[in-house]
Ligand binder design. Sequence first.
Ligand code: E9O
Length: 593
Amino acid sequence: GGILYPRLSKTRDLLSLDGIWRFSLVINGSVDYSGGLSNLPEDKDLHLMPVPSSFNDIPTTTTARDHYGPVYYERIFEIPSSWKGKRIWLRFGSVCYSAQVYLNDEAILSHEIGHLPFQTEVTQYIEDDQENNMRVIVDTTLTNTTIPQGSATVLPGNGRVIQSVPFDFFNYGGIDRPVILYTTPLIYIDDITITTRVKGTTGIVQYTVDLGGTKNKVGTRVTVLDKDKKAIISSDSLNGQIEITDANLWWPFLMHNDTGYLYSLKVELFDGKQLLDTYTQSFGIRELVWNSTSFTINGKPVYFRGFGRHEDSDIRGKGLDLPLILRDHNLIRWIGANSYRTSHYPYAEEIMDLADSLGIMIVDEVPAVALSNFNDGLLGNHLKALTEIYNRDKNRPSVVIWSIANEPSSQEASSKDYFRQVANHMRSLDTTRPLTIAHAQQPDVDHTGEFLDILCFNIYTAWYEYPGEVDAIIPEVQRRAKAWHTKHNKPVMVTEYGADTLAGLHTLPEFVWSEEYQVKFMAQYFDAYDKLRAEGWFIGEMIWNFADFSTPPKYFRVDGNKKGIFTRQRQPKNSAHLLRRRYWYLAYLLDGA
Ligand code: E9O
């Protein structure tokens, strides 16, 4: 089935289950699920947890923060009596890493892989005239076959087992995105797929609507609405092609005076004159074309000026927080960026909605970060992650590149066959967007470049390599980019470069970790990028990272990864002002902004 975002409409009702849930860590099987959480003994911390949020930074103990394995959530709810006779659905925006959901003691739903939505129909399990009890067992354990991977380490002494991860962001867990109950009629709109092309000033909109439920004959109407919700054109067919003359195209931020233009497709099902179901899906009209030297949108070459980011903030961890995501997008506009990569996992749908409507181009990444030990179980989960990110994001104009992995061990011979299958799978779902991997390996030892359309690489000259030696930057960045382009004859972009910087630390002359060093370091990279741009196949730069973020304990990390241009509290370092000058200058130079 489809995974449309739940929306209120004339035919659909919606109830948020966000709020404060009962919560407990499960240590050595200490919680008896059958009895629920109402009788737990008093603890240091409240047996309460906000949803959505990561659980780790809410309590006061290291036991809770560093807990891995199962945790237990529970809440009680009633449904309105007006819901009788309708289908009722339960949808989770994301649970990290896996979830087993029980409704009134029945196991109704399970899902693995974080950062992706999942749902099921619950009509038959819901009590309409008494309280319903929902329990979710969330498990944060990562293994050799999960996406991403993790492993267990046994500590000396008490034999306590800790989770090790091959990536440097904190492995937050919990019900970290909204939980929604919603209704549909018995026959309902299950999925909508929209692709667009551009011919001159005409937008060509290809669409398919899938219905669910009883297959009785229904009347159908599909209408394209403009930004002001004015109907432009309609059809009575559930799949087909609509041409829009003088279309308002979807353009990235600063490439046009009206960027992020969104149309919507309103689908209606009728029984005679009676409206059975309606759902409205937004989309943008744009066409992506790429070749060996460029990536174009509506025929115009694009230069990406962006970020790698994280969903990460104080207290809530990776939990969706509306004030935070609006602040972030205001900062993105302030700095003049036109893009970011959802490093290293799909971001919340509410974030993606902002990108769609603001004209921010997204390199949409699956949670396949730092993969190695390629095996069949891993491949199965990886393909599942790709299918799910595609189903969730296929209609988003902001998504312009699929990133099928970050920094895999692509020097391992076994990565070749593995990524051939991964890339083939993604192409079987979508041929309208190019594929990439953000590479850490050198091009000469990599086995995956041939399966990709755009070559992205992460480079840390004068940080991890030759720390402090900013003179090494220009030659190294040029050498690496040229080596990628020469090997595969494809467009090249830098998806990470950055230096850890402690906000407020000043040294003259510049020294690693100071604000002066970050600024000096960036200026060298900018020169390298300008030289590469002149080659004609270098298509973008994304700095690592938008903001400081939390990491696992490491001797080289003080209070997290500090490569942010903004602090974790979203205030600028000196480097943010420099980057702002660069990005607005590029917009002026290349987009005519
Ligand atoms: C992935 C990202 O999640 N890339 C890392 C970032 C970092 O700041 C991390 O936050 O550590 C860098 C990868 C470093 C590879 C460089 C190899 C250098 C060899 C000496």
